[in-house]
Design a protein around this ligand. Structure first.
Ligand SMILES: Cc1cc2nc3c(=O)[nH]c(=O)nc-3n(C[C@H](O)[C@H](O)[C@H](O)COP(=O)(O)OP(=O)(O)OC[C@H]3O[C@@H](n4cnc5c(N)ncnc54)[C@H](O)[C@@H]3O)c2cc1C
Length: 379
């Protein structure tokens, strides 16, 4: 039987960052991943760091997102320093292009919503937007510049975080599938692997969209996979500086010259197949936004599974089992929310209190909702 202060189930960017934080705080940390760590959503992502809500449902995460985005420069510097690897951080802002016929009304609504949420956003005329980003289509009628937003090469970040976790003293176990939480009475004593148990004072579930498949976890983290297909393009003659958005798509430039285009949101179970229809939608929207991409080389296509929760909000914090915590359900914002997630979990474990109100994201909310529904069900 293995023993540790902290046992973490899942070595994506979330599990890896928590491991790094806790190991740096002096705890013995063991991370178990059923495959090579860092190969799921954290690898498949686009890496946009934007706290702006994509829809009204996401307004609940804006404060968390803002805090996390503010932590990013320091977080990246630390990860890069410990790992000795670059994470491809690009704090260059993002630009949302509007094609609408009623652009004026749309523009003022978007700006008002952003300012109401304390997010920096500037309206741009079409010609000013194209001066900043000449790749933009002539059909674009106006734009919103969010100068404080950023992007990061999530594959590089995740790899660097995992190295930084190990160099900080955490142990990573690849090919170690977690079967169940080790429940004893009202407490959690650790994890049950295929052939052994791991005893730990603290157990943290960070298995992304697979978290609910670990026995004993679904009541706290009823997550499901939301598939996203992506494509990587290369167009040497086309310069894109910032992340570009339209209603249908985003384009994310990387330091190595690739331009990522994504992404679909599909509920198709644990299916990571790339489909003709998915890629067709992505490519036609990409070319609509930046017509020069018509001649781009298609370098790579892939799909990944976002960890979605019933209310699309992250699932963070302690449960009613002593020692058991969740850090999952980050859905479309797991890269954005990595630094704040790692910080909050570290604060809870080392100080039993956190620096911001995270009750809204409690893993206990699903049991309360289920009990409420049962109480009001017709007899
Ligand atoms: C196409 C796409 C685009 C995205 N774009 C963005 C974006 O622009 N910005 C943003 O902020 N977020 C984005 N996201 C979301 C973000 O990538 C995720 O929220 C984040 O990566 C989740 O990280 P994680 O560590 O929780 O999960 P994962 O990276 O999925 O890691 C979970 C780990 O758990 C392991 N595991 C699973 N089951 C077990 C088990 N039983 N035992 C042991 N280990 C197990 C897996 O092998 C995996 O390594 C995107 C996601 C996708 C798919």
């Amino acid at each position: 039987m293995k023993q540790s202060d902290v046992a973490i189930a899942g070595g994506g960017v979330i599990g890896g960052s928590i491991a790094m934080e806790l190991a740096r705080a002096g705890l013995r940390v063991a991370v178990f991943d059923r495959q090579k760590p860092g190969q799921e959503a954290s690898w498949a992502s686009a890496g946009i760091i934007s706290p702006a809500p994509e829809n009204p449902g996401m307004i609940a995460t804006v404060e968390l997102g803002k805090k996390s985005a503010a932590l990013y420069p320091e977080f990246v510097a630390l990860v890069e320093e410990i790992s000795g690897q670059s994470a491809g951080f690009r704090p260059k802002g993002t630009l949302e292009a509007l094609f609408s016929h009623d652009t004026k009304a749309e523009l003022s609504t978007i700006i008002a919503v952003h300012h109401g949420l304390g997010l920096k956003a500037e309206p741009l005329r079409a010609e000013d937007a194209r001066e900043l980003e000449p790749a933009l289509s002539e059909e674009v009628e106006a734009a919103v510049l969010r100068p404080e937003e950023a992007s990061i090469d999530n594959r590089a970040l995740t790899a660097a975080v995992l190295v930084a976790a190990e160099r900080s003293g955490a142990e990573l176990f690849a090919g170690s599938s977690v079967k169940a939480i080790w429940r004893e009475g009202q407490g959690c004593r650790g994890l049950v692997l295929q052939n052994e148990k791991v005893e730990a004072k603290w157990t943290i579930i960070t298995a992304g969209c697979f978290s609910g498949t670990i026995e004993g976890v679904a009541a706290y983290a009823p997550v499901r996979p939301a598939k996203g297909q992506m494509a990587a393009l290369r167009a040497d003659e086309l310069k894109i500086e910032r992340v570009l958005w339209s209603e249908k798509i985003y384009l994310v430039p990387r330091n190595d010259g690739r331009i990522l285009a994504g992404a679909t949101v599909e509920y198709a179970g644990f299916d990571k197949r790339v489909t003709a229809g998915g890629i067709e939608r992505i490519l036609s929207a990409a070319i609509e936004l930046a017509p020069g991409l018509k001649n781009a080389r298609l370098e790579e296509m892939w799909a990944g599974l976002r960890p979605d929760s019933p209310d699309h909000l992250p699932i963070l914090g302690p449960t009613d089992l002593d020692g058991l915590l969740m850090a999952t359900g980050h859905f479309r914002s797991g890269i954005l929310l990595t630094p704040i997630t790692a910080q909050l979990i570290r604060e809870w474990i080392t100080e039993q209190k956190v620096s911001l109100d995270w009750d809204r994201f409690s893993p206990m909310r699903f049991q309360a909702a289920a009990a409420n529904a049962a109480q009001h069900a017709p007899a």
